[in-house]
Design a protein around this ligand. Structure first.
Ligand code: ADP
Ligand code: MG
Length: 348
């Protein structure tokens, strides 16, 4: 009896085990991919039965956006626009025209703090190359004459655009990843995905909440800590969380840190006392443009701009290691600084 009984128990245990593990598989059902695109690692976390197919479509879409909008590889629509600067209108696709127009709008909203015609200066500083340098003051002053978002002329009727002056260069590095993130969410929605997260470097987008219905926790990076160290988290559903900072790309010379976000008024890296900014909003194209914008504007002006915009919230991290958040974010932001170096200033 004991032998027969133990065989039955064993069979039952095996069945339970199989049953339990298949349940676990169904409840997690997470598909995750990593792909290097747009100069960063794109991470997708998708809960859906066709997630592999969906993730591939998203990566292909992002690769297409990158080829159209990058100035770091030859060909591409933005290069055509730049090559024809001061000469003629060029035909552009719907995506590029849309992003270009958005970029121009943010130029207007920010009074030129965000300006995608910053290209000649970005090239001269060479922050993205192996040989970055501090340009001479006279070179900077000369190149500054080419920086003006008002020189972006768009003819929607003919789907063409032109830059007014020879030598002008549009660089969509501060906004294109934001557009790509929104395009990814569109694809997820097309397939009926209800829960997903995509990370494009400092740009994170969430679709819905986590599969159990709770919000996603998105970490806000410690600008002076190692990769993966945070100063806090925001809990969000259906939001874009985009960060900019002087830690993303920089070089040091004679003890000075030169980073990749330039102030279009001076031609030098923005130096307004901020080291990190994060924007939370519905679309990442807005969050991307605005995180760069407020980094250039500084705490006071940046806060004023964000508070004036509907549905936009922000986190500001200052050089003296203080953290400020907009009123609308107070309930969703949790201060959690493992380094114990930062101070959360709840009331300004
Ligand atoms: P990241 O690309 O690291 O996520 P941002 O979104 O803040 O960072 O964009 C920085 C990039 O935007 C720079 O590398 C450059 O290509 C471009 N850029 C730099 N300064 C400005 C500016 N004032 N306005 C618009 N674009 C800028
Ligand atoms: Mg940006």
């Amino acid at each position: 009896m004991t032998k027969k009984f133990s065989i039955i128990i064993l069979c039952l245990a095996l069945c339970m085990g199989v049953l339990l593990s298949s349940c676990r598989l169904n409840s997690s059902n997470l598909y995750e991919t990593h792909e290097f695109l747009m100069g960063t690692v794109i991470i997708q976390k998708i809960y859906h039965k066709d997630a592999d197919k969906i993730a591939k479509e998203v990566n292909d879409r992002i690769a297409g956006i990158e080829s159209a909008m990058t100035i770091n590889k030859s060909g591409g629509e933005i290069n055509l626009l730049n090559d024809a600067a001061g000469k003629e209108y060029v035909k552009l696709g719907e995506d590029t025209l849309y992003v270009l127009n958005k970029a121009k709008q943010y130029g207007e909203i920010s009074n030129g703090a965000f300006d995608v015609t910053i290209g000649p200066l970005v090239k001269s500083w060479g922050v993205f190359t192996d040989n970055p340098k501090v340009p001479s003051k006279s070179e900077i002053d000369e190149l500054l004459k080419l920086v003006n978002y008002k020189d972006i002329n768009i003819d929607f009727e003919n789907s063409t655009a032109m830059l007014s002056k020879k030598g002008q260069i549009v660089d969509l590095g501060g906004i294109a990843k934001g557009f790509a993130g929104d395009a990814a969410i569109e694809i997820y929605k097309k397939y009926g995905v209800e829960s997903a997260l995509i990370s494009l470097g400092g740009n994170i987008l969430t679709l819905g909440g986590k599969p159990d219905g709770t919000p996603w926790s998105v970490g806000i990076r410690n600008p002076r800590g190692a990769d993966g160290s945070y100063i806090g988290i925001v809990s969000v559903k259906d939001k874009a969380v985009v960060s900019s900072g002087d830690y993303e790309r920089f070089f040091e010379k004679d003890g000075v840190r030169y980073h990749h976000i330039l102030d279009p008024k001076t031609g030098y890296p923005a130096n307004t006392g901020l080291i990190g900014t994060t924007i939370v909003s519905d679309y990442s194209i807005d969050a991307d443009a605005l995180s760069t914008t407020v980094f250039v504007l500084g705490l006071e002006e940046g806060m004023k701009l964000v508070e004036s915009l509907e549905g936009v919230e922000a986190v500001f991290i200052t050089e003296d290691k203080k953290i400020y958040v907009t009123d609308g974010l107070k309930d969703t932001f949790t201060f959690k600084d493992e380094s114990k170096e930062f101070e959360y200033v709840e009331k300004r």
